[in-house]
Design a protein around this ligand. Sequence first.
Ligand code: ATR
Length: 269
Amino acid sequence: MAMDVYGLLGNPVGHSLSPPMHEAAYDELGLEARYVTFEPDEDDIDDAIAGADALGIAGLNVTIPFKQDALEIVAPEDLAARIGAVNTIDFSGSGPPTGYNTDAVGALRALRDHDVTIQDARAVVVGAGGAGRAIAFGLADAGATVAIANRTESKAHDLAEEVPRATGHGLAELEQLVADADVLVNATSVGMESDTTPVPADALHEDLAVLDAVYSPLETRLLRDAADAGATTVDGAWMLLYQGVEAFEIWTGRDAPVDVMNDALRSRL
Ligand code: ATR
């Protein structure tokens, strides 16, 4: 096939920013490639992935509600298997397609891009859903100790049992945890399209780096409070960017044109 086809499997995928972000990279590097969206019915996910493989599609991103299903269909890499979700599939090998989770690495690269050190950092992850799982595993693998705080405290404890060097907490403990932390990540939906924050502003301090996985709005109340406290702030578009950068690099084996992808993304947010 002369033209490489990449895509996103999700339902719904209408508003996705991945096509313009990836196509900006293809244009920049002169690659003959396209990135398109697919919206299969929930029951058809096995056929969709097998069909993509048969058609010679080069790579797929996978989003809600298919990330857990995809894990069962492809051969997952170790980190994706432990997270329990696949968001990137590479069809280029001769065997079964390989599944990756670039959400975890995306969060790490977003932080490192802002000169945040992860090794030996004390990290607090708020949220124990899909995003919280990926980020907690990513931070722990990169050498941080991770305190997971969640509204439903039992979910934080359950996740902490799986993640190395992690502890589980309720939201009432957040203030103390954040006071002692180097890195804070919001992996809840709190702050999305609303001026609310999951973390009391008083707890934020200047020795903290704060990543918000929420990217709408870009400047959440949490990030505004963090900036006021003198903390380093990393908005959710960086995480979105770097999960895509990581997928691009897995698929093409080339360094992604990060600035071009960032511009394509931010001009649409
Ligand atoms: P995602 O895949 O984006 O992580 P999810 O799996 O539905 O989505 O998880 C949503 C997360 O946001 C959970 O940690 C959830 O807390 P619960 O486990 O207690 O439900 C958290 N969350 C959502 N709304 C919240 C709110 N108003 N206050 C605190 N946490 C909230």
